[in-house]
Write a protein that binds this ligand. Structure first.
Ligand SMILES: N[C@@H](CCC(=O)N[C@@H](CS)C(=O)NCC(=O)O)C(=O)O
Length: 205
C-alpha cells in the first residue's frame, strides 16, 4: 500500500493507524504547494483534488477522504481492532469520523491554518470552535478514547487537535482535550508518527 501524505497534515492519522496495526506501507511525501512527489511526479494525476491522504491499495485502487481511508485500514488489519466491525458502534465511529472531518477539521482548523483565508474567515472559524470543542470536551471528560478503546477516530482527533498549537485555539480552555492530546502523544504509534512527521516538516521548510 502507498500512502500519499504531507508532513503534519491530516494524513498523519492514517500513518498512526498503520503503526497501530504494525502494518507496512510506502509513505510518499507530497509537497502541498507544488502538488508534486519527491520524484517530481504530478500528484494531481493520482488525486485531482491534490489532497492528502490518498491511499493506493495493494490491488491498485485509489482511495481518498480520511473517513473512508481510515475505515479501510481498520478493516484491512482486523487484528488491530481499530474500528468496531458493525452495528451501532460502527455507526458511532462514523459519526465521530464525520464530526472530526467536517466540524473540526474543515470548519475550525482549515481556515485558521490557511495562508489565503481572510480575517473574516478566520474569525468565523474561531467563533465556531467553542460549540464544537465543547461537545468533544464533554464526551471525553470521563473517557480515555472516543469509543471504548483506541480507534481510527482517535488517530484522526489527536492529529487535528495537535494543530491547535499553531492556531489561536487554546486547548487550556478544554482541559479534557488537553489531557487527551498529552496522553495520546505518549502512545507509541502517535509518538513515532509525530517524531517522524515533525522532522520531515522541519526539513521541508
Ligand atoms: N475531505 C478531505 C480533506 C483532506 C484535506 O483537507 N487534506 C489537506 C491536508 S490536512 C490537504 O491536502 N491540503 C492541501 C490543499 O488544500 O491544497 C479528507 O477528509 O480527506
Amino acid at each position: 500500500m502507498q500512502l500519499y501524505f504531507s508532513p503534519m497534515a491530516c494524513s498523519m492519522a492514517t500513518r498512526i493507524s498503520f503503526y497501530e496495526a504494525g502494518a507496512n506501507a510506502d509513505f510518499v511525501a507530497v509537497d502541498p504547494k507544488t502538488k508534486r512527489t519527491a520524484d517530481g511526479a504530478d500528484f494531481r494525476a493520482i488525486n485531482p483534488m491534490g489532497l492528502v491522504p490518498t491511499l493506493r491499495t495493494d490491488d491498485g485502487d485509489v482511495l481518498t477522504e480520511n473517513a473512508a481511508i481510515l475505515q479501510y485500514v481498520a478493516d484491512r488489519f482486523p487484528d488491530a481492532a481499530l474500528a468496531p466491525k458493525q452495528g451501532l458502534e460502527r455507526t458511532r465511529l462514523q459519526q465521530w469520523l464525520n464530526f472530526i472531518g467536517t466540524e473540526l477539521h474543515k470548519v475550525v482548523f482549515a481556515p485558521l491554518l490557511s495562508s489565503t483565508a481572510n480575517e473574516g474567515a478566520k474569525q468565523f472559524a474561531l467563533e465556531s470552535a467553542k460549540a464544537r470543542l465543547d461537545i468533544v470536551e464533554q464526551h471525553l471528560a470521563n473517557r480515555e478514547f472516543l469509543l471504548d478503546r483506541f480507534t481510527v477516530a482517535d488517530a484522526y482527533l489527536v492529529t487535528v487537535l495537535g494543530w491547535s498549537i499553531v492556531t489561536p485555539v487554546d486547548l487550556k480552555l478544554w482541559p479534557s482535550l488537553a489531557r487527551y492530546v498529552a496522553r495520546l502523544a505518549e502512545r507509541p504509534s502517535v509518538k513515532r508518527a509525530l517524531a517522524e512527521e515533525r522532522a520531515l516538516y522541519t526539513k521541508a521548510r
